[in-house]
Design a protein around this ligand. Structure first.
Ligand code: ADP
Ligand code: MG
Ligand code: ZN
Length: 188
């Protein structure tokens, strides 16, 4: 074993965040595919709450997809990642703050952890645990959508249905991308 092999691989945390339709899942899939091409062992997770389009795949709004494991808790990610070099997690805003600890543990084991999630909810309020993950990440990518009203870069998710629940899973029928100027805060 040479020096480079002997030295423990430095792990890292990457966060891809932004509003809905901003290309988070697309970018996550792109990075994971490249890791697979490099013959790294890749494990991909999504929370059980997100059953849009497909039960066991991560699917982007432009219909890119990659197989994934559905988990109910962040702890399960730890259990299923022992052999992995690279760990991808989509819709991270649906996990609780224990995800922060899980990401740290994996990175300290020398793994590359790539996390995608909404940085704000439909009220434009930071969506934990993404802010906490941003604080500890080595690399951060903020993706922007296109405002459906004016075409400007959009960082907000407008809910176009009247429910007060923070979590309401859906796509184009329930949400649209809006810029700061075109976004209308909900009344509740
Ligand atoms: P996210 O995971 O951030 O919700 P996806 O990666 O699933 O986003 O989808 C990104 C794709 O969504 C874009 O490449 C584009 O084809 C499509 N799309 C649909 N509406 C919009 C919009 N308003 N702004 C940007 N992309 C959009
Ligand atoms: Mg997505
Ligand atoms: Zn706009």
């Amino acid at each position: 074993m040479n020096d480079a092999e002997n030295r423990k691989m430095a792990g890292q945390i990457e966060v891809i965040c932004g509003s809905m339709f901003s290309g988070k899942t697309e970018e996550l899939i792109r990075r994971l595919r490249r890791a697979q091409i490099a013959r790294q062992r890749v494990e991909i997770f999504k929370p059980k709450i997100d059953n849009r389009y497909s039960e066991s795949e991560i699917v982007s709004h432009n219909e890119q997809k990659i197989p994934s494991t559905v988990v109910e808790t962040a702890e399960q990610i730890l259990l299923f990642s022992a052999e992995a070099d690279v760990i991808g997690i989509d819709e991270a805003q649906f996990f609780d703050t224990y995800l922060v600890e899980v990401a740290q543990k994996l990175a300290y084991e020398g793994k590359r952890v790539i996390i995608a999630g909404l940085d704000t909810d439909y009220r434009a309020i930071p969506f934990e645990p993404i802010p906490q993950l941003l604080a500890i990440a080595e690399y951060i990518t903020k993706t922007l959508a296109v405002c459906v009203k004016c075409g400007a870069p959009a960082n907000r998710t407008q809910r176009i249905s009247n429910t007060g629940d923070r979590v309401l899973v859906g796509a184009t029928d329930l949400y649209e991308a809006r810029c700061r100027n075109c976004y209308e805060p909900p009344e509740d």
